[in-house]
Ligand binder design. Structure first.
Ligand code: SAH
Length: 278
């Protein structure tokens, strides 16, 4: 299973704005301006949960001060076009190298996807930031998302980033091995607002619904109806999905009082969304 995002998904491309009305099968993004979140007067939020104090030893290659390496990653993300300062701050907080194998830790802050075991991958930072930015679009710096559902916990990295941006994070994984790995990775971080669930995310997680936002890290041929049902009115869903051309693209769905609005954005390449558990 090839599991990297394609280079064309990288930032720096002209990105289409949202909302735009497109037919459900549209595959070609339209280019226009993105809405920027307030940048002026930004002060980093006092984050509720600290990610310092992890007990795993610092792997060789990351350097003594991983904060410096992370700051460089964040600077690069900003240069690539990520504008949401809350997303940048959250990505600057989470120690990505703690979520990958020690042997890969020295690549943790490069703009690359990395294997996390069982044929799955952690998305490259740029794609994580892009999706979180879309999820938060229109929100101010100090504004948190409400309850968020993440489909595909993987190693738990994105859930950790989300924990700084949302009041509650429900993250579901269908592979027991990865669910347990994420549990291990997050144990020492003690993110009290992250709830790891083992199950088939195609069914969503009805007990936590309605969600202010839903984000998927695996792509199927269609958006499962349960996700739309469990999305709050006024909520947004960001997910990879196969389009009419057979290519995978990022899809943004807004649930409004008038109904569902869907936009198909840039091409991506995520691991497949699968049903059942393993
Ligand atoms: N966000 C993750 C990326 C994980 S890769 C991280 O930061 O590490 C995508 C994950 O989606 C894989 O672990 C895969 O097992 C999982 N997945 C695929 N289909 C799923 C489903 N129906 N329910 C839950 N998880 C699923």
């Amino acid at each position: 299973m090839k599991a990297t995002e394609r280079p064309e998904a990288a930032a720096g491309d002209k990105r289409p704005s949202f909302p735009v009305r497109l037919p459900a099968n549209a595959g070609v993004p339209s280019a226009s301006k993105r809405s920027a979140n307030a940048v002026n007067g930004f002060k980093p939020l006092p984050l509720k949960h600290s990610v310092v104090g992890l007990q795993k030893p610092m792997p060789a290659g990351v350097g003594l001060d991983s904060q410096t390496v992370r700051s460089r990653m964040v600077e690069k993300l900003a240069k690539q076009g990520v504008q949401d300062t809350a997303v940048l701050a959250a990505m600057g907080q989470v120690e990505r190298h703690r979520f990958v194998d020690t042997a890969l830790a020295n690549q943790a802050y490069e703009d690359t996807s990395l294997p996390i075991g069982l044929g799955q991958t952690i998305s490259k930072p740029n794609v994580v930031a892009r999706m979180l930015e879309l999820l938060r679009e229109g929100k101010g710096m100090g504004e948190r998302l409400g309850r968020v559902l993440e489909i595909g916990t993987g190693c738990g990295y994105q859930a950790a980033v989300l924990s700084h941006l949302a009041s509650e994070v429900y993250s579901i994984e269908r592979l027991r091995g990865l669910h347990e790995k994420a549990r291990d990775n997050l144990r020492h971080v003690r993110l009290a607002n992250v709830h790891l669930l083992f199950g088939d995310g195609m069914q969503g997680f009805a007990k936590g619904a309605p969600y202010a936002a839903i984000i998927a890290a695996a792509g199927g041929e269609a958006i499962p109806p349960a996700w739309i049902e469990q999305l709050a009115v006024g909520g947004r869903l960001v997910a990879p999905m196969q389009t009419a051309t057979g290519q995978q693209a990022l899809v943004v769905i807004d649930k409004t009082v008038e109904g569902i609005r869907q936009a198909v954005l840039e091409a991506v390449h995520f691991v497949p969304l699968k049903s059942g558990t393993n």
